[in-house]
Design a protein around this ligand. Structure first.
Ligand code: GLP
Length: 281
């Protein structure tokens, strides 16, 4: 029989530093861990809540750690997250002055000022609206002459900062994380990835008629897995199929996001459309 678990204020301590009125507790439900390995899975009726809760994890880290290192995702799912964080970090007594960020991925062959580049996305939606020091905001350069060298340097930079404390992730409809498409080795470091047909199709909605690049630089599976904590956001009915698949299958390179079942600290934040029909015991 299905049952829902409503978290209490105590259980939320350390997760949610925002004002209590921003969180209608009755709307926060937790799925049992069934099918998600070690991960915690929370489902919200309101599709904005996952991003707001995710922001809470970020604000907590910024308060707790002197020089936090944060892994950033892009894509449609994270648009509201960046709006929310930009608008609320100061109210939460946070500053990005000591924060370092590493973006997950960037298309190959698209200039930084191209509106379709992830450079442009993160710059316009986030960096230009917060007090981060630009020299601490890192992205793979998809225009680099030697892409593999760029990938190698990226992993070294992450390591030199002490590794990623908190990695944010979205999920592709085919289970990709970053641009690690089905079949990518779990051992992979940052690398050049060929985009699958389904990803090109999914992301064509952003390109408005211009051609979606065929490849991207992406943090590898092992790079992502090395993060100390990972927070995944998935919202909308288009993510329902892949979430059901993740719950229903084992850990397999054919569904990259299943690697998350093995990580010691992963939280999935879903809305009810994305979570529809996930089984709860
Ligand atoms: C994109 C990006 C990912 C993103 C995911 C989901 O292709 N490479 O970093 O998290 O796929 O995208 P969206 O949020 O637009 O559904």
């Amino acid at each position: 029989m299905n049952r829902e678990i409503v978290l209490t204020g105590n259980e939320l301590k350390g997760v949610m530093p925002l004002r209590s009125e921003t969180l209608p507790l009755a709307h926060l439900k937790s799925l049992e861990r069934k099918g998600f390995g070690n991960a915690s899975v929370f489902v919200f009726l309101n599709s904005y809540k996952p991003a707001e809760i995710a922001a809470g994890y970020l604000f907590n880290l910024m308060k707790e750690k002197k020089n936090p290192v944060v892994g950033l995702a892009t894509g449609g799912t994270f648009e509201y997250f960046y709006d929310y964080v930009s608008q609320n970090y100061k109210n939460n007594d946070c500053t990005f002055k000591n924060v370092s960020t590493f973006n997950l991925d960037e298309y190959v062959g698209i200039a930084k000022d191209n509106p379709n580049s992830y450079h442009h996305y993160i710059d316009s939606r986030f960096y230009s609206r917060i007090d981060i020091k630009r020299e601490n905001a890192f992205m793979p350069d998809g225009m680099a002459k030697d892409l593999q060298a760029e990938a190698d340097i990226y992993d070294k930079r992450i390591a030199s900062k002490g590794g990623i404390d908190l990695q944010f992730l979205g999920i592709g409809t085919n289970g990709h994380i970053g641009f690690n498409e089905p079949g990518t080795s779990f051992d992979s470091a940052t690398h050049v990835a060929k985009l699958s047909e389904s990803t090109v199709k999914d992301n064509s909605r952003f390109f408005k008629g211009s051609k979606v690049p065929e490849s991207a630089l992406t943090m590898g599976m092992s790079t992502i897995f090395s993060a100390k904590k990972i927070v995944v956001i998935a919202t909308g009915k288009q993510k329902n199929g892949i979430l059901r698949k993740i719950q229903g299958c084992g850990v397999t390179e054919e569904v990259p996001a299943t690697i998350l079942k093995m990580h010691h600290d992963v939280t999935f934040l879903l809305d009810s459309e994305a979570a529809h029909g996930l089984s709860v015991e």
